[in-house]
Design a protein around this ligand. Structure first.
Ligand SMILES: C[S@@+](CC[C@H](N)C(=O)[O-])C[C@H]1O[C@@H](n2cnc3c(N)ncnc32)[C@H](O)[C@@H]1O
Length: 263
C-alpha cells in the first residue's frame, strides 16, 4: 500500500481542509472589511488546492499560487487544476518562485498556511517576509497565517491519527526541538493497514515562533492591526473548527490558531 500511495493525496486528507479554510477567509475578510475578497495569493501553495477552492466561489474570484518546488506545482496542475472546469481553471495562476521575490498584482487576501513561514528563522528574515507580504496587498488587504503552540509543541514526540476509511494513519513526528533556539524538525510519516510504511514523506525544519513574537514582528513590518483567532470547543472539549478573535487564549497543551493581519 505504501508503494502505491500518493503522498500528496495523503497529506491533504490529513492536514488540509480547503473548504473550511476558504469559508473562514471569506467570512473573516467580510467581517473586517465589509466586502468580499476577490483576489487570493496563496504563498507556499504546494498542490494549490486552496487556490482551486477559491475560484470555485464564482467567476469574480481569482487566485495566484506560489511555490518554490516545481514538482509539487506540477502535481497540483495534473491532479487539482485538471479537475476544475475550464473556466475556473483559467482564473488560477501558478508561479514557481520564492515567496520573497515573487512579483504579483496587489491582492485582497494573502495566505501562508500550515506554518510554512516558520522557515524564516530570525526576526529580520520574518519581518522581511511580512513586509513583502504587506506590499503585495491592496490598501484594505488582509494577511492570514496559522500557527501552533502549547507545551506539547515543544516535546519530542509522535502523534498518530487514524484515517480508517482511507486505510492509513498519519503520524506527526516532532523529532527534534532545541529550547535555546526554538529549532524544530518535524516529519510526516504514513502507516498503512497492511503494515507497510511511508517514512519521512515530508520533513520540515522550522523555528517554532510564539504568538507574541509573531504579533510584534507583524507590527514592525507595518501591519496596522493583527490578532489571534482561537478555536472554540465542543461538548467533549475538542476543537470545533470555529475560530474567533481572542485576546488571551487558553493554556491548552497543544493548539493551533489563525493570525489575521490588516494592512
Ligand atoms: C508545509 S507545505 C504547505 C503546503 C500548503 N500550503 C498547505 O497549507 O498545506 C510548505 C510548502 O512551501 C514550499 N516552500 C518552501 N520554501 C519556499 C519559499 N521560500 N518560497 C516558496 N515556496 C516555498 C515548499 O515547496 C512546500 O510546498
Amino acid at each position: 500500500m505504501a508503494e502505491k500511495a500518493d503522498k500528496h493525496e495523503l497529506y491533504e486528507i490529513s492536514v488540509q481542509d480547503v473548504e473550511n479554510e476558504v469559508d473562514f477567509l471569506q467570512t473573516t475578510f467580510n467581517q473586517i472589511r465589509g466586502r468580499d475578497a476577490h483576489l487570493l495569493r496563496e504563498d507556499f501553495c504546494g498542490t494549490a488546492s486552496a487556490c482551486c477552492q477559491w475560484v470555485k466561489q464564482g467567476e469574480a474570484f481569482q487566485a495566484i499560487g506560489i511555490d518554490i518546488d516545481p514538482d509539487v506545482l506540477q502535481w497540483g496542475r495534473d491532479n487539482r487544476l485538471a479537475k476544475l472546469d475550464t473556466v475556473d481553471r483559467a482564473r488560477v495562476q501558478l508561479l514557481e518562485s520564492d515567496v520573497r521575490t515573487a512579483a504579483t498584482p496587489k491582492v485582497d487576501v494573502l495566505t501562508a498556511f500550515n506554518f510554512s513561514y516558520f522557515i524564516f528563522d530570525t526576526r529580520d528574515a520574518l519581518r522581511e517576509y511580512f513586509e513583502k507580504a504587506r506590499d503585495a496587498l491592496v490598501d484594505d488587504g488582509v494577511l492570514f497565517l496559522d500557527m501552533f503552540g502549547g507545551p506539547e509543541a515543544q516535546e519530542e514526540q509522535k502523534e498518530k491519527t487514524k484515517y480508517k476509511k482511507h486505510g492509513f494513519s498519519y503520524v506527526w513526528h516532532q523529532e527534534t526541538f532545541h529550547p535555546v533556539t526554538h529549532f524544530i524538525r518535524c516529519h510526516i510519516h504514513f502507516n498503512f493497514r497492511d503494515g507497510s510504511k511511508m517514512k519521512k514523506a515530508f520533513t520540515y525544519e522550522w523555528r517554532l515562533w510564539t504568538a507574541p513574537e509573531i504579533l510584534e514582528i507583524l507590527a514592525e513590518a507595518g501591519f496596522a492591526k493583527s490578532g489571534i483567532y482561537w478555536e472554540g470547543t465542543d461538548e467533549d472539549g475538542d476543537g470545533d473548527g470555529e475560530f474567533t478573535p481572542e485576546e488571551k487564549g487558553e493554556a491548552d497543551l497543544a493548539w493551533i490558531a489563525y493570525i489575521v493581519a490588516e494592512k
